[in-house]
Structures are given as C-alpha cells and as structure tokens.
Write a protein that binds this ligand. Structure first.
Ligand code: ATP
Ligand code: MG
Length: 245
C-alpha cells in the first residue's frame, strides 16, 4: 500500500500542469456503514472533471454508502478519498459544509419543504450556504430554474408540481452553488419511464456543461439508452464494467 501511495504521488508530480486533477479520487478505501459494518472493501476509482458515471449494483450492495462517504456523511476509517479538492481523511467537521457546497446532492425522495414555495425552498439553501444579497439570490434562483426548464414555477408550492417537476427543483437546488460534481442516488427511482428519461436528459445536459455526475441507479433501460461509464458494487468490491449491462 505504501508503494502504491508513493507511486501515485510520482504520477501526480509527473503530470503537466494543464492536466486537471480528478474531481473524485478513491484509493484503497474501505466503506463502513454505521455500527462499523464493512460494506465495500479496497475501493479504487477516480472521476475526472466533466465525466458521467453510473453506479450500479444489487440492493444492499453499497451504492448509497459509497455516495454518503463521498459527501462525508459516513466517516472514513481506511484509505484515501479526495473530493472536489478536499481530502476526506483529514477534513475537519467544520469544513464539511464547505465540501458540500462543491457537491450537488440529489436523492430519490425529493426532500423539498412542502410548506414553502419553490423560491423559498431554494432561498433556504442559499442562506444556509452563506448568501445574503437578496438581488443576487433572486438572480441565482431564476438562473437555476431556467436551467432545469422550470422558469414559470417560482411561486408554486411543491404539491402543485408533478413528481418529475419536483425532481427538477431538487436538481436546481443542487446546482445553486455551481458544484464540481453531482452525486445522485436513484434520482429517477420514483418516476415513470418517460419522466425518468426527461430527467436523465437533463442530467446529461448539465454534464455537458462540464459538471461531473455520479449517479446510482437500478434503471438498466436508461443505461442502455444513454451509455456512459459504469461502476458496479458487487461482493464488497467496486468494479469497472466494460461489457454492456
Ligand atoms: P439500494 O439499491 O437498496 O439502495 P444500496 O446499494 O444503496 O442499496 P446501501 O444502502 O449502501 O446499499 O447498503 C449497504 C449495506 O449497508 C446494507 O447491508 C445495508 O443494510 C447497510 N446499511 C444501509 N444503511 C444503513 C444504516 N443507516 N445503518 C446501518 N447499516 C446500514
Ligand atoms: Mg441505495
């Protein structure tokens, strides 16, 4: 392991400066769930700026645990994980909110405040992440809603939107702070196939602008229709999938 680390260091040092660093790099990492349960062992992969990666695997295989580790919701016991410029091995608790500003997190269940309209939902996140200027907040909210195709929904309550539209708001919320990578955990899990495809097209469109995406999914139809790099959790390992799923 010591050899591999020093080898990585040499590779890093040998790179010319124009080669960008990965947005996520996981080296010899064990992933533990709460209660010290080992879920994934010796995980190794990296995601480059602007890459789109699916994360597949049977239920309980560790997809969500891996994503949670990347956004520092599960602590790291062994290995090295670097995300959006933060070294998670040595990250201080007080720095975790700053790490999360550089990540966009999208879950299957929409987790919007149902008693606030769309603008208020987004405003809440902006205030919580340090924004104070009302004009700048208004502009940013309008920008992200345009980006997800919901510019007419500023004053609507979540219940006035369809499931697909609510998921668009969640994606808009994830974009507020211009993250380097979107971490999406089964973002189409509650949507019918047609709406799932629309959401997928939105992810791809966002990805085209240079934002990396790591998306856990069970939806093989989507993967076949929109082929991208695939990582699979199986038998406590994460493997690169090179054959069509
Ligand atoms: P799914 O496809 O069903 O979402 P998954 O691949 O995301 O599954 P995880 O949720 O990461 O799988 O679960 C991996 C393992 O960790 C499972 O054995 C699960 O029981 C366990 N686990 C998940 N959440 C917790 C928790 N909060 N506390 C303890 N163990 C957990
Ligand atoms: Mg999961």
């Amino acid at each position: 392991m010591a050899f591999c680390h020093s080898n990585n260091l040499l590779l890093y040092m040998a790179q010319p400066s124009f080669v960008s660093q990965p947005v996520a790099q996981v080296i010899h990492t064990d992933i533990y769930q709460l209660g010290d349960r080992l879920v994934l062992e010796d995980v190794n992969f990296s995601i480059q700026k602007g890459e789109f990666v699916y994360l597949i695997g049977r239920t309980g295989s560790g997809k969500s645990s891996l994503l949670k580790t990347l956004y520092a919701d599960l602590s790291l016991k062994k290995g090295s994980v670097q995300v959006a410029g933060y070294e998670l091995n040595s990250i201080r608790r007080s720095d975790v909110p700053y790490l999360r500003r550089k990540l966009g997190i999208v879950f299957q269940d929409f987790q919007l405040f149902m008693d606030r309209n769309i603008t208020q939902n987004l405003e809440f996140v902006l205030r919580a992440t340090g924004w104070t200027d009302p004009m700048k907040m208004k502009t940013r909210i309008a920008e992200v809603l345009i980006r997800v195709g919901l510019s007419g929904s500023l004053q609507k309550m979540p219940h006035q939107l369809s499931g697909g539209e609510q998921q668009r708001v969640v994606i808009a919320r994830a974009l507020l702070n211009e993250p380097e990578i979107l971490l999406a955990d089964e973002p189409t899990g509650n949507l019918d196939p047609e709406v799932s495809e629309e959401i997928m097209r939105l992810f791809l469109q966002i990805n085209k602008s240079g934002m990396a995406v790591l998306m856990a999914t069970h939806d093989f139809d989507l993967i076949r229709k929109f082929p991208q790099r695939v990582l699979r959790c199986e038998n406590s390992k994460v493997v690169e999938v090179t054959t069509p799923v």
